[in-house]
Every structure is written in structure tokens, then in C-alpha cells.
Design a protein around this ligand. Structure first.
Ligand code: NAD
Length: 473
């Protein structure tokens, strides 16, 4: 028996389940096929669990520093089992929330492995979905008018560097460690590597980050990456740059030892454990793409601006199509895709307006072009920069490192990019995102009154600083 739907979503992560909800709002009959847990990487193995651990690390560090605030605390110890319990509770609560949302939207959830079949008796086009179940139950067949592939990504490793999940881990396993190691080598100083470096260091772990490039956080504006590095080093993280890890020199005896080539010399690094965070690859295997004309380039499914693949009734969104591999990007791509299926004429996403955030301590966040990208694209730029140390609330808060940098076009006054590093900037970047969506100029940002005393004043001051008119600096 085959069941018919307007839309079947393959993958119930943040991209897939949000798209399913929007489709149901638009009156579609929707099913989601999920092989593991609803919520996908973000909720189960990514954003949420890592942010929970980061928060525990922050509380631990702040409690140790409580004396500075006049709060006397002693014998502060960490109960890592409780840290993990709290994380798992948060995941459970949110999982239940997503199940509730599926119910509310009358969205059918199939807990199995979905595969796209070629043209068949059920459908003249590829797109019938066969669902296989781990317990051996008979396959279910779904016949949708549209398919949305939202199968996400998984951690990749370096060629020859095998992840054993215990000594040499990806973030998937690191999130479920029963106890903290005393030392950790982190291979890759990108977003995941730096969040983990910050968290582990705040938990008291001795951390070494080994980064291939000559700088960490390669996608961030240079001054932001430098400030994050400065603050990480201040708390004791060893940052090794321009270093090529040599997988064939890996040894796993009493922890892990590896060599890296730095300036034509080999250096040896040892630790209890190793975390490999060198990027994530799309999950496209075994989902039946060979039965379709869908094009894959460099491992990622190719789509148009409305996320249609070469098979116009099969769409793909999120990490599986590459680009900005962020949960909020996946959900918005899902909404655009579904509105396109429903002939709602959605606007294509403008990726220059989408914030990205790094939840290390210090936090970093950005939207739009870096200064280098703006110059490379031929813009004549002007810059406004303002430090948190001149913001009263940052001193009250006890975190006054970092700054905001605004890049504008000299000719048109257009806002090109906003880059932030410091306390709570991941919550403050939305203002910059809105400014980009509304095409606001720095003058308009400055004209919008920022309440005092708040951390957000730094944004108003940085906007005024574009014309050299900052008040407190
Ligand atoms: P990434 O692409 O951000 O960083 C990978 C880093 O590894 C880069 O700095 C790269 O230069 C380095 N690298 C590559 N090969 C190396 C080698 N041989 N030796 C040493 N270093 C090497 O990848 P990631 O940190 O694994 O994150 C994966 C994706 O997940 C990213 O797209 C990221 O945006 C996303 N993510 C986002 C968040 C967030 O929004 N806060 C959190 C986690 C992950």
C-alpha cells in the first residue's frame, strides 16, 4: 500500500521539521521521515547540547571568579555527570516540543530510513519514498507530489585520520563524554574547534588547538579572529597555526600523540584525547539519488535559488546543499522551498543578511562582508569600531573585552558588514541582520536610540564611529 502526500520531507532536523510546519500551515498534507531523532544535528548532536555544555563551563568559571563580584564562594567543584544530565534533559524537553509541533500540524512522522525510488508503478517520476525500519518491519511506500531532502551533514575527518570515537573523536562523541579528559588536542580551529577550546578550557582542561591556516576562524573578519585568539590564549589555550597534522604519525598509547608539520619542521603534540573538527560533509549516501537526475558537486546537492534540484519536484535545503551550514539558515531555506512549492512567490534568501554566531567565551558574531571581502569586491570602505571597555554595562557585567566593527561603503553609505566580539554579541547581532535586511545605513543605526545602560550601546557607538562621531571614545 502506498500513501499519498503533498510533501514528504527526508530528515527531521531543524531544516526539515520547520519546512514541514510551514507546509502544513499552507494546507499541505505532509510527512517527515527521520531515521533517528527529530531535531537532527542541531538539537541532538550540535547547537543545543554544545551550548548547554558551554553554559555549564561559563557558570563554573564565573563561580570561581565570584569573589570579584563580592560574592564569596569556596570549594567550587565540577560534577560533570550533572553537567551531562542537564544537557540531556534540555535535549529531551526540546525533542518533546518538536513532537508536539508535528502533532499540532497534523504532520505524519515515520521513524525509519527513507530512500528515493526511481519512476515506478506508483509514480512516473522519481520520488516515491521507501521507508525501511530497523526492526525489520515491512517497508512503507509514500507517494508525494514534492520531496524535500534535508538530510544534513556529519563530521568529516582528515584522510588517514580515523575517528575511533573514544580517543580520537568528532564533536558527536565529545558531546557524550562521561568524564572530562585532563588534556585535549583539537585539530581544526574553525567554529566547532574554537567553541570546544573555550568550553574545555573553562572546565579546566589543558587545550591545544592545531590549525592548518595561519589564523583561526578563517571565515571571520581578521580582527575578530585575532581578538578571539588573544582571549583564548589569555585563559591558557595553546593555539598552533600554520600546522599540518600528519595522520600517519598518530599514536594511541596512554592517550594520543601526533606530529604536525610547521614551517618545514615536525613538532609533536600529546594529550589524553583528540577532537577532530575540520568541517562537515553532506549526508547523501544511500538515499537513492542515483535514481534521479539530481546533481552533486563537491559532495553537496546543487539547487537553484528556490532550492529545486534538477528534478523540479525534489527540493534540497540545509547542510546537504553546503554554503552556510547553520541551523537557522536551513530552516529559512526550508520555508522558502515550501512556499515555492505552494506557488507563494517567496523572495530568495540574501545570505549577506544572515548572521552567523560563535558561542565561545568570548562570543563572536557577524553579518555581511568582512573587510577583506569588501575590498576584494572593489568597495571603497569606511570603518567604525567601538570597544566594550567604554560601555558601562560591560564593566558592570564584568566582561569588557572585545568590540564591534562596522564596515560601510564610502560611496553609497550602505552597510556592508558588522562584526562583533565580546559579551552577548550572539544575541546582539540580530540588530545588524535587521539593518541589512532594511538596507539601513550606519547613520540610521546611530539614529535609532540604544537604551542606557545596555551592552547594545556598543552598536550605536560603532555606527557613529563610522563618521568619527562616537561619543564615549
Ligand atoms: P569549519 O569549516 O568552521 O572549520 C574547520 C577548520 O579546520 C578550519 O579552520 C580549517 O582551516 C581547519 N582545518 C582543515 N583541515 C585541517 C588540517 N588538516 N589540520 C588542521 N586544521 C585543519 O568546520 P567545523 O568547525 O568543523 O564546523 C563545521 C560546520 O558546522 C561549519 O560550517 C560551522 O559553521 C557549523 N557550525 C556552526 C556553529 C555555530 O553556528 N555556532 C557551531 C558548530 C558548527
Amino acid at each position: 500500500m502506498a500513501k499519498e502526500y503533498d510533501l514528504v520531507v527526508l530528515g527531521g532536523g531543524t531544516g526539515g521539521y520547520v519546512a514541514a510546519i510551514r507546509a502544513s500551515q499552507l494546507g499541505m498534507q505532509v510527512a517527515v521521515v527521520e531515521k533517528s531523532e527529530l531535531g537532527g544535528t542541531c538539537l541532538n548532536r550540535g547547537c543545543i547540547p554544545s551550548k548547554s555544555l558551554l553554559r555549564s563551563a561559563e557558570v563554573f568559571k564565573q563561580t570561581k571568579e565570584a569573589n570579584e563580584y563580592g560574592v564569596e564562594a569556596s570549594d567550587i567543584t565540577l560534577n560533570f555527570a550533572k553537567v551531562q544530565e542537564r544537557k540531556n534533559r534540555i535535549i529531551k524537553t526540546l525533542q518533546q516540543g518538536v513532537h508536539g509541533l508535528m502533532k499540532k500540524g497534523k504532520i505524519d512522522v515515520y521513524e525509519g530510513f527513507g530512500r528515493i525510488l526511481g519512476p515506478s508503478i506508483f509514480s512516473p517520476m522519481p520520488g516515491t519514498i521507501s521507508i525501511e525500519y530497523e526492526n525489520g518491519d515491512e517497508n512503507t511506500m509514500l507517494v508525494p507530489k514534492n520531496v524535500l531532502i534535508a538530510t544534513g551533514s556529519r563530521p568529516r575527518s582528515l584522510p588517514g585520520l580515523e575517528l575511533d570515537g573514544e580517543i580520537v573523536m568528532s564533536s558527536d562523541e565529545a558531546l557524550n563524554m562521561n568524564e572530562l579528559p585532563s588534556s585535549m588536542i583539537i585539530v581544526g580551529g574553525g567554529v566547532i574547534g574554537i567553541e570546544w577550546a573555550s568550553m574545555l578550557s573553562d572546565f579546566g582542561v589543558d587545550v591545544t588547538v592545531i590549525e592548518y591556516m595561519d589564523y583561526i576562524l578563517p571565515t571571520e573578519d581578521e580582527v575578530i579572529a585575532k581578538e578571539v585568539e588573544k582571549q583564548l590564549k589569555k585563559k591558557g589555550v595553546h593555539v598552533v597555526k600554520g600546522a599540518k597534522v600528519l595522520p600517519d604519525k598518530l599514536q594511541k598509547e596512554k592517550g594520543v600523540t601526533v606530529e604536525a608539520e610547521i614551517n618545514h619542521h615536525n613538532e609533536t603534540f600529546s594529550a589524553d584525547r583528540m577532537l577532530v573538527s575540520v568541517g562537515r560533509e553532506a549526508v547523501t549516501s544511500n538515499i537513492g539519488l542515483q535514481n534521479t537526475d539530481i546533481v552533486i558537486d563537491k559532495g553537496f546537492i546543487q539547487t537553484n535559488d528556490f532550492y529545486q534540484t534538477k528534478e523540479s519536484h525534489i527540493y534540497a535545503i540545509g547542510d546537504v546543499i553546503g554554503g552556510m551550514q547553520l541551523a537557522h539558515v536551513a530552516s529559512h531555506e526550508g520555508i522558502v522551498a515550501v512556499e515555492h512549492m505552494a506557488d507563494r512567490n517567496p523572495l530568495p534568501l540574501d545570505y549577506d543578511t544572515i548572521p552567523s554566531c560563535i558561542y565561545a567565551n568570548p562570543e563572536a558574531a557577524s553579518v555581511g562582508l568582512t573587510e577583506k571581502q569588501a575590498i576584494d569586491q572593489g568597495f571603497d570602505t569606511k570603518i567604525g569600531k567601538f570597544p566594550f571597555k567604554a560601555i558601562g554595562k560591560a564593566l558592570v557585567h564584568g566582561e569588557s573585552g572585545g568590540f564591534v566593527k562596522i564596515i560601510a561603503d564610502k560611496k553609497t553609505e550602505d552597510l556592508l558588514g558588522v562584526h562583533m566580539v565580546g559579551p552577548h554579541v550572539t544575541d546582539m547581532i540580530s540588530e545588524a541582520g535587521l539593518a541589512k535586511v532594511l538596507d539601513a545605513t550606519p547613520w540610521e543605526i546611530a539614529h535609532s536610540v540604544h537604551p542606557h545602560p545596555t551592552l547594545s550601546e556598543v552598536m550605536g557607538e560603532a555606527a557613529m564611529a563610522v563618521e568619527g562621531n562616537q561619543i564615549h571614545g
